[in-house]
Design a protein around this ligand. Structure first.
Ligand code: SF4
Length: 292
């Protein structure tokens, strides 16, 4: 089927989403599908990789290649795929607990390498799958199941970290602004290099503080700010630290620099899938027999 004739229905996965009604992750799934359609990419050209968590069930809900990997490991698995096959559009997805907790090391290193992949984080500031414990982005003072007297830890600032680590496309979206989010995701997938879209994606069941109305009252769009220049790293860093009373959404930063694939000597010879294995048929069959 020609990609121009595809519709949202054609991108439905084999499994119906099992998220709670109203979960912000529905908006992210729709935006990802709309972005794929907008860019004219065929399902077989997309790989969606996740870690563990409510949002990490997403690869099952979209028609594309998918890997539901281990907790915090979406980015390294996505990195391997992106290095092996440059023809794929690789999208890592997951939540704030998965990506900014156990996955934090991978997050930083993938950005400083400028690997050519997109990372969409459904950031609900809570652990949803495990029923409401404080996550790395939970606000100070927030009372959760694991912090009944209020969270005493400072939340991580994913956008600030991304800018400092060298990500070349850094944006923040909101599930309550779904069409706006589609534009951010579409540009992130089209971007060459590491693109991060951190999305406020409310957990309607376990986070009664950071709700849709809470975000709606606070978010403003950077594109509506006169003179905001998304190529200016220092301006982006300043905006990335804003949280109260106003929170910026939109494209914070966008730049170009060579990707890891462009500069690593072995990969400059082409994607790994095109490299000869250097094995004779008998050895290859032996390895396959051992591992299959
Ligand atoms: Fe979404 Fe929260 Fe329900 Fe998980 S528990 S599906 S994050 S609303």
């Amino acid at each position: 089927m020609a990609t121009a004739t595809l519709t949202l229905k054609d991108l439905e996965g084999a499994v119906h989403p099992d998220w709670c009604p109203g979960c912000g992750d529905f908006g992210v799934l729709k935006s990802l599908k709309e972005a794929i359609l907008e860019l004219g990419i065929a399902p077989h050209e997309v790989l969606v990789v996740s870690g563990i968590g409510c949002s990490s069930n997403l690869p099952g809900f979209i028609r594309a290649y998918g890997v539901h990997s281990l907790h915090g490991r979406a980015v390294p698995v996505a990195s391997g795929a992106a290095l092996a096959n440059h023809a794929l559009h690789v999208v890592a997805v997951g939540g704030d607990g998965d990506g900014f907790g156990i996955g934090m090391g991978h997050f930083i290193h993938a950005m400083r390498r400028n690997l050519n992949l997109t990372y969409i984080v459904m950031d609900n500031e809570i652990y949803g799958l495990t029923t409401g414990q404080a996550s790395p982005t939970t606000s100070e003072g927030h009372k959760t199941k694991s912090t009944p007297r209020g969270n005493v830890e400072k939340p991580v600032q994913p956008l600030t970290l991304a800018l400092a680590a060298g990500a070349t496309y850094v944006a923040r979206g909101f599930s309550g602004e779904q069409k706006h989010l589609t534009r951010l995701v579409s540009a992130a997938i089209a971007h060459k290099g590491f693109s991060l879209v951190d999305v406020f994606s409310p957990c309607v069941t376990f986070n009664k503080l950071n709700t849709y109305p809470w975000f709606k009252e606070r978010v403003y769009k950077l594109e509506d700010e006169p003179g905001y220049d998304s190529t200016d790293l220092l301006s982006a860093l300043g905006r990335s630290l804003e949280f109260e009373p106003r929170i910026p959404i939109g494209l914070l930063y966008n730049t170009e620099r060579p990707t890891y694939e462009d500069t690593e000597p072995v990969l400059r010879r082409g994607p790994l899938v095109d490299h000869p294995l250097g094995l004779d048929r008998a050895t290859l069959d032996e390895i396959l027999a051992e591992t299959m």
